[in-house]
Structures are given as structure tokens and as C-alpha cells.
Ligand binder design. Structure first.
Ligand code: C2E
Ligand code: MG
Ligand code: MG
Length: 846
């Protein structure tokens, strides 16, 4: 591939020179430049030619004039504060004009113009143009007044001379100004001649020229008068004067410049002050009209100023005095927190001075609490200077209220309003921690369980249960100190934390008080209910590490209290765990035994004391545990009641006992009138279905109701009298006999007993056991017998272990007896044999 190279067309030499010298000149400007420079050169040559006939003195004068002019060109006099300066060198050129005529002056002007433009510009265009203009201008203007005289210096009259010089200076100034300004105008493509611009340019050039012309005229006149000596003296002095003026004005200029910067600094300071004032005003505006409460306080919290929003927040009117310190409106609980932060932020504290944020409670004038988010920052008032704090307070009561509501939901039991398990565990965790770090910070925890709550809930419904729980909670609370914490853990279980326990004895006293308080009846749905509570207590000395351990042990102790007979408290001890574990095991064993039919019944004869004839049997449940052997009913009946197994157990006893009696009745007509006594638990007699269950057992067995006696313990009947009354009445209507068991242990008022629909009383065996002629028990038993007789109730004595007891009771008029002396509890087979043997003997047993 070959590249064809076209060389640019070769320009003529003068165009290339033009491109190098004046690349920015257009044709008009260039033409003008060449014309001026060319004309200047021609005139210069003509001038030099005319010089040929001159003397040395004349030539020296030209050189001196140009020299002085060049010298003074080095010292331009600039008027301070303006950008204009004038060069005094023209005086000498003008003087030369007067002394030697325009040619000499033009030569000097050309030299001066050349030197001056050499110094001021590096471009040849300028270096050539200025001297050309000077030569042309001087030739033209210098010859202008020639009409007045062959040459100016020959004018005789000083005034005429002066006028001619002024005319010359004006023309010179106008001409050179127009020439000089012409080039850039043509370059820009503007009109060459502009009158207004010419006048403007003339102002300075012209004034300088006019001044120079006057000076030159004066010098020339004195020269004409006094000869050249004057010039020799005056000219150097004039030069010195102008040089001095140059420096003086320079200095003046520098001073002015300094003054200017001082003035500017002052102006800046004033501006700054104005801005500060504006900012101060803006701050006050913002402060006054801010929607959030704002206050200025010192580092002690002293209130310096408060805005209307803050007054509003605190419920203070326009005229109300502000509190002295901000702390005065704070809730006392929050004061320390604020003080600590204020101190940390005070300028006296090294490294303080940070801003901070706190949530605080303020007291509104109407007494309520206002939650505020306080933002505190350091603030230096621009004009006052001393640092203070600016408080910004935002009302966050609504948020706090919502949070409190949520907290209450999360940490409180909605029914009783008490803290819930979560909250309790939190408080307990604190106490555990405190004790771990300080062994003297003791605490106690109580676990409360209400003994008959299930009963109420099942028999009277949930509303009654709820009402009972609320009352229980209130009653527990009434007995506590303010620092104690009571919580509902769930169901009818409550827990109490006694933090800061002085002595364990205090906890025992409280437990006693609670047990007593719970024994008092509760009023639910118009009925008096007896609940009773079992309480387990444990203490910090066991060295707990978690709140769960504490609760577990208190719960264990509570089970112990129940096992020991309810309505009491028990203290935790390390051995209890095993007992409770056993108990839990036993529960599941009982459940299995009931399902497997592993329970049996024993039948204990009931004897008519007067005749020795068998009246019937009491059915007593028996449990032969595969590992533990026979277990006493007292050990598992309460457990069955608690777990709800009692219903199944009672049904089993009812059905078995009725069936057994029917078998006996069918065996021998003589046994047709035997009765069977069955023990019902308190739970049974208050439960709704009990009447149906009893009649079901009777129907299934085919037993007439009058042969069935239901034994209810005095305690069970009396504490649930209201709840049980309807059932008792219905059972009575059914035809079943009712008997109060263990009579004498309870607190029955005899009046109430009279109103009960019962048929018989069983005197508690402890009375019988202690019975001796004429003693207190004998008196009580006698009273019961008399009362029973009066009320038309049968009286049965149980626990007769000796012949003496049997005799004594018979003599006292007791109808029936039961006890080891009369007959032990027997299996059904043994009981049948006993019946047979008894019938055979036909003899009353003594
Ligand atoms: P209870 O109804 O008063 O039963 C009489 C208890 O006294 C029986 O104890 C019996 O064995 C015992 N006993 C009889 N004669 C004498 C005596 O001469 N001296 C002594 N010291 N005791 C005598 P057991 O069978 O251990 O029953 C204890 C309690 O358990 C019963 O007292 C009763 O309240 C309850 N119980 C027993 N069986 C049942 C049952 O099937 N259902 C219910 N709900 N409770 C039952
Ligand atoms: Mg009984
Ligand atoms: Mg009894």
C-alpha cells in the first residue's frame, strides 16, 4: 500500500511572515498595521535625512530628550487607588519640540517609543507599532500648529505658545489614542473609529499630555528667558522630583492596600457579627416556636430559660414561675440518673462534654407523670459565651403507655393482675444473683396451692373458679409486705418471693398467716366456700443457681404439705425430692391399679351393740402394691382426689360393694336387711354427676337404695356445705342413707347439723379410743348420743377395740358399733364366713 502525500500549497513569503508574526491579525488589522509601520518608517527616514544639516548640539539635545524620556518611562507615576499611571517622559520630548521642532521631537519620540515597547511587550508587532505611531503622531501633531508659526518655539507671546502647545498635546493624544486602539478594534472586526471610546481613552492620555505640554512650555519659557543654565539645574531636579513622586505614590499605594485589607477585615468582622446576630435570632425563633420542649440549663441543672412547648409539657402557664432546677420537675427515681449524666458531661470533667439521651419521668402540674425523651447537648450561646446545656424534651408518654400495656400483657396474669410466671422468674433470678454475690442477701420462696380449687371449678363452673382465684390473689396480697412479690404461676398455683429476708422465722410467720387467711370462707356466687391452701417454702441457703431450681424445691415442699394433710405449710429439705419422686411414681401406679382392677375391698362388720346382730358392713378400699405391699387408704385417697382419679375409684367401690351386698342378700334371706356403707370423698359429693353415678351403681347391682349408706366425712360435708347441699338432698330423695363419718373432728355447729339431710353420725374413733368412765371424751360422746337421739339420727361408734369400750357405749345408748373388737376388715370370702359363723352362734358378741 502506498500513501500519497500532498504537500500544503506553498504560500508566498510575505503571507508566511504574516502567519508567524501576527497569527491573530485579520486582513484589516494587518493592513492597518503595515500601513502605520510602513508610513512610520518612511517618515523616520525623511526625518533622519532632514537631520543631516544639524549641529552636534542639536543631536545631543535629541539624545538627551530621548534619554530623559526613557529614564522617566522607568518611573511611571501611578495615582493611588486608580489603575491609571502617567509617564512624565513626554515633558522632555515636548520640550524638544519647542526647542528643535517636530523632526527632533519625532526622533526622540520614536526612540522612546521603541525602548518603552521593548520593555513592555515581547511581540514584534507592538515593538514596531508603538515607535511608528510616536513618529507619525509627532510629525502630524507637531506640524499642526505650524499654521500659527514656522515652529512653535518661535511664538513670542507666552500665552500663544501655551495655547499652541495645548492644541498640539490634544491632537497628539487623540491621534495616538486612535492609532493604538485601532489595531485591537480591527482585530475584533469592530468599527475603526469610535467617538465615545476615543474620548474615554483620551481622558488619561490627554490629561498626561496636557500636563506634560504645560510643564514643557514653562520650562521652555524660562529657558528662553534665562538661557540653558536653567535647564541644567531644573531638569535633573524635575527628574528627581518625578522619581520621588513615583516612589511616594508607590508607598501611598502600598499603604492604601494595607488600609484596604484592614478595612476588609473590619468589614468581614462586621459581617460575621451580623450573621451571628441573625443566627442568634434564628435560634431564638426556633427555640420559641419549637414544637418540642426546650430549655437551657447550666451544668447543675439550673433552668436558665424554657420555651413555651416545655411549659406546656409541664402544664405551666405563661405567668407560672419556672422551677429553679430541672431536677425539681423530675420523678425522684430519675434524679440520680440525670445527675450522673450531667456530671459526666460538665466541662470540669475531663473527657466529658458529650451529648446524651435519657428517658425520664416528669411531674405535670396536674400531678400526673409525663414520660419524656430528654436529649441533652452542650451549647454555647454565640453572644453570651458561657457554655451551658440545651435540653430537648419530647413527650413519649403515649409510647411508654403502650409499652407498659404490652409489658403488662407479657408479664402479668390478666385475671388477677398479678405478675405471671415469666415476671416472677425474672424477679427471682435477680434475688438468686444478689444472694450469689452477697450471701447475706437472703430470700425465701413460697409455693401456694389451693386445696379445693378444682372442686369449685368442677362443681360451680369456671366463672365461680375465676372469682375465687381473684379473691385468693387479693387475700394473699393483703398479707404481704410491699417488697414481697406474689405471682400467679398458672391454675390455682401462686408463688411468693420474699426478697431481703431478715430471718427464716419471718417466712414461717407469713406462711402461718396465709394458711389462716385461706381457711376463712370465700364468697362466690352468693355461697360461702372454704378453700384452704398448702404452702411449700424454700430458702436461699440451699445455694440455688437458677430460679427454676428454687421454684422446683418450693413446689416439692408444697407437695409435702399436701401429703401431710393439706391446709398447712412444709419446709423444703433435700430429702424431699426422693419423697416427691416416689409420690409421682405412686400416682401412676394407682392409675394402673384402677385400670387393671387391682384394687379390692375389705368389709368391716357393723354390729348392733344391744343385740350383737350384724347390721351390715363398711366397704374399705384396699391396695396391694406389687412392690410396696399394702398401702393405706389415707396415703392414696388424697392423691386420688388431687389427680381426679377419685371418681373412678369411688365408682369402683360403689359398684363392687353394692354387688357384694346383693350376693349376700341372695345367699340367705336372713341377710336380706344387711346394709353396706361406702365412703365418698368430698370431691364426690360436690361433683355434679354423683347422684347419677350412685343410682347407676344401685341399678347395675339390683340393690334397693335403702340398703346403701354413704359416709361423708364431717370435714368434707361442712366445708362444702353449700356446694353439696343439692346433691345430698337428691341422694336422700333417691332413698339412700347418708352418714357423717369421723364426727367430732370438725367444727360443725350443731345447728347446721340439724338441718342436714342425714340419717346417722359416726363418732370418730379417737373419742372411742380415749373413752373412760367420767372423762371429757365420755361427756362429749354422751352429748353426741343425746343430740343424735333428739334429732332422730342413728349413732355409730367406730374404732371399738375393747370389750369395755363396747359395753360402755352400749350402756350410754349407742346403737351400733364397729371396730377390731367387733370385727376386723375382712375380704369378701372371710366376710361371708364371718356371716355364716355369726348366724350359727346366734349370740350377741361380747
Ligand atoms: P373410715 O371411713 O373412718 O374407716 C374406718 C377406718 O378405721 C378404717 O381404716 C378401718 O380399718 C379403721 N378401723 C376399724 N376399726 C378400727 C379399730 O378398732 N381401731 C383402729 N385403730 N382402726 C379401726 P382404713 O380402712 O385404713 O380407712 C381409713 C380411711 O380411709 C377411712 O376412714 C375412710 O375415710 C377412707 N377410706 C377407706 N376406704 C375408702 C373408700 O373406699 N373410699 C373413700 N372415699 N374413702 C375410703
Ligand atoms: Mg368410713
Ligand atoms: Mg371413720
Amino acid at each position: 500500500m502506498t500513501a500519497t502525500h500532498h504537500p500544503p500549497p506553498r504560500l508566498p513569503w510575505w503571507q508566511r511572515l504574516h502567519g508567524a508574526l501576527m497569527p491573530d491579525y485579520n486582513r484589516a488589522a494587518a493592513t492597518f498595521w503595515w500601513t502605520v509601520v510602513g508610513l512610520g518608517a518612511v517618515v523616520l527616514v525623511a526625518n533622519l535625512a532632514s537631520l543631516r544639516g544639524w549641529t552636534l548640539q542639536e543631536a545631543l539635545q535629541i539624545v538627551a530628550g530621548a534619554g530623559f524620556a526613557i529614564l522617566l518611562g522607568l518611573f511611571p507615576v501611578r495615582l493611588p487607588g486608580t489603575k491609571q499611571s502617567f509617564v512624565a517622559g513626554d515633558i522632555f520630548i515636548f520640550l524638544l519640540l519647542l526647542m528643535q521642532g517636530p523632526v527632533a521631537a519625532a526622533l526622540a519620540a520614536g526612540i522612546e517609543g521603541m525602548v518603552g515597547s521593548w520593555r513592555s511587550s515581547r511581540r514584534w508587532t507592538s515593538r514596531l507599532f508603538s515607535p511608528a505611531v510616536a513618529v507619525l503622531s509627532m510629525n502630524l501633531a507637531g506640524r499642526l500648529p505650524d499654521g500659527l508659526a514656522p515652529h512653535l518655539g518661535h511664538l513670542d507671546h507666552p500665552a500663544a505658545l501655551m495655547a499652541a502647545m495645548l492644541l498640539f498635546a490634544t491632537a497628539n493624544a487623540l491621534f495616538s489614542a486612535q492609532m493604538i486602539a485601532g489595531v485591537p478594534r480591527l482585530k475584533r472586526g469592530e468599527a475603526f473609529f469610535q467617538w465615545a471610546a476615543l474620548l474615554r481613552d483620551f481622558r488619561w492620555v490627554g490629561l498626561a499630555y496636557l500636563g506634560s505640554a504645560v510643564m514643557a512650555s514653562l520650562l521652555y519659557l524660562s529657558y528662553r528667558q534665562s538661557g540653558s543654565g536653567v535647564l541644567l539645574v531644573v531638569l535633573p531636579v524635575l527628574v528627581l522630583l518625578i522619581v520621588a513622586l513615583h516612589y511616594y505614590f508607590l508607598q501611598q499605594e502600598a499603604r492604601l492596600a494595607m488600609q484596604g485589607s484592614v478595612d476588609r477585615a473590619a468589614a468581614q468582622a462586621e459581617q460575621h457579627l451580623r450573621e451571628l446576630q441573625a443566627s442568634e435570632q434564628r435560634f431564638h425563633g426556633a427555640f420559641t416556636h419549637a414544637a418540642i420542649g426546650m430549655a437551657l440549663v447550666d451544668f447543675d441543672g439550673r433552668l436558665l430559660q424554657a420555651n413555651p412547648a416545655l411549659r406546656n409539657l409541664l402544664g405551666l402557664g405563661e405567668g407560672d414561675a419556672l422551677p429553679l432546677h430541672f431536677q425539681d420537675v423530675l420523678d425522684s427515681a430519675d434524679r440520680d440518673a440525670l445527675d450522673a449524666q450531667l456530671h459526666a458531661g460538665s466541662p470540669a470533667t475531663a473527657g466529658g462534654a458529650g451529648s446524651f439521651q435519657l428517658e425520664l419521668r416528669c411531674r405535670h402540674a396536674d400531678g400526673r407523670t409525663v414520660w419524656v425523651l430528654a436529649h441533652v447537648g452542650q451549647f454555647t450561646e454565640p453572644l453570651a459565651g458561657a457554655p451551658c446545656l440545651i435540653l430537648q424534651l419530647q413527650d413519649i408518654s403515649a409510647r411508654r403507655q403502650a409499652e407498659a400495656g404490652l409489658h403488662k400483657l407479657a408479664f402479668h396474669d390478666s385475671l388477677t393482675g398479678l405478675p405471671n410466671r415469666r415476671q416472677f422468674l425474672d424477679s427471682l433470678a435477680d434475688a438468686v444473683e444478689r444472694h450469689r454475690s452477697d450471701a447475706s442477701a437472703s430470700y425465701a420462696v413460697m409455693y401456694l396451692d389451693f386445696d379445693r380449687f378444682k372442686l369449685v371449678n368442677d362443681s360451680l363452673g369456671h366463672n365461680a373458679g375465676d372469682s375465687l382465684l381473684v379473691q385468693m390473689a387479693r387475700r394473699v396480697q393483703e398479707n404481704l409486705r410491699p417488697s414481697d412479690v406474689v405471682a400467679r404461676l398458672g391454675g390455682d398455683e401462686f408463688a411468693v418471693l420474699l426478697p431481703r429476708l431478715q430471718a427464716e422465722h419471718d417466712a414461717l410467720l407469713l406462711a402461718e398467716r396465709l394458711v389462716e387467711a385461706m381457711r376463712e370462707p370465700f364468697e362466690v356466687a352468693g355461697q360461702a366456700l372454704y378453700a384452704g391452701a398448702s404452702i411449700g417454702i424454700t430458702f436461699s441457703r440451699f445455694g440455688y443457681t437458677s430460679p427454676d431450681e428454687v421454684l422446683r424445691d418450693a413446689d416439692t415442699a408444697m407437695y409435702q404439705a399436701k401429703a401431710l394433710g393439706k391446709g398447712r405449710y412444709a419446709l423444703f429439705e433435700p430429702g424431699l425430692h426422693a419423697a416427691v419422686t416416689q409420690r409421682v411414681q405412686l400416682e401412676s401406679d394407682l392409675r394402673r391399679a384402677l385400670a387393671d382392677g387391682a384394687l379390692t375391698l375389705a368389709y368391716q362388720p357393723q354390729i348392733e351393740l344391744a343385740t350383737g346382730r350384724a347390721g351390715g358392713f363398711e366397704a374399705l378400699v384396699r391396695w396391694q402394691h406389687p412392690q410396696q405391699g399394702s398401702i393405706r387408704p389415707e396415703a392414696f385417697i388424697p392423691m386420688a382426689e388431687e389427680t381426679g382419679l377419685i371418681t373412678v375409684l369411688s365408682d369402683f367401690v360403689l359398684h363392687s360393694a353394692c354387688a357384694q351386698l346383693v350376693r349376700w342378700q341372695h345367699m340367705d334371706p336372713a341377710w336380706a336387711e344387711l346394709t353396706i356403707s361406702v365412703n365418698l370423698s368430698g370431691h364426690d359429693i360436690t361433683s355434679r354427676g354423683v347422684v347419677g353415678r350412685v343410682s347407676d351403681a344401685l341399678t347395675t347391682a339390683g340393690l334397693a337404695p335403702r340398703h346403701l349408706v354413704l359416709e361423708l366425712t364431717e370435714d368434707a360435708v361442712m366445708t362444702r356445705l353449700d356446694a353439696a347441699a343439692a346433691n345430698l338432698q337428691a341422694l336422700r330423695t333417691l332413698g339412700v342413707h347418708l352418714s357423717v363419718d369421723d364426727f367430732g373432728t370438725g367444727y360443725s355447729s350443731l345447728a347446721r347439723l340439724a338441718r342436714l339431710p342425714i340419717d346417722s353420725l359416726k363418732i370418730v374413733r379417737s373419742f372411742v379410743h380415749d373413752l373412760a368412765e367420767g372423762n371429757h371424751e365420755a361427756a362429749v360422746v354422751q352429748a353426741v348420743l343425746t343430740l343424735g337421739g333428739a334429732l332422730g339420727k342413728q349413732v355409730v361408734a367406730e374404732g371399738i377395740e375393747t370389750l369395755d369400750q363396747a359395753d360402755q357405749l352400749r350402756r350410754m345408748g349407742c346403737g351400733f358399733g364397729q371396730g377390731f373388737h367387733l370385727g376386723r376388715p375382712l375380704s369378701s370370702v372371710e366376710a361371708t364366713a364371718w356371716l355364716v359363723a355369726q348366724a350359727a352362734s346366734q349370740q350377741p358378741l361380747h
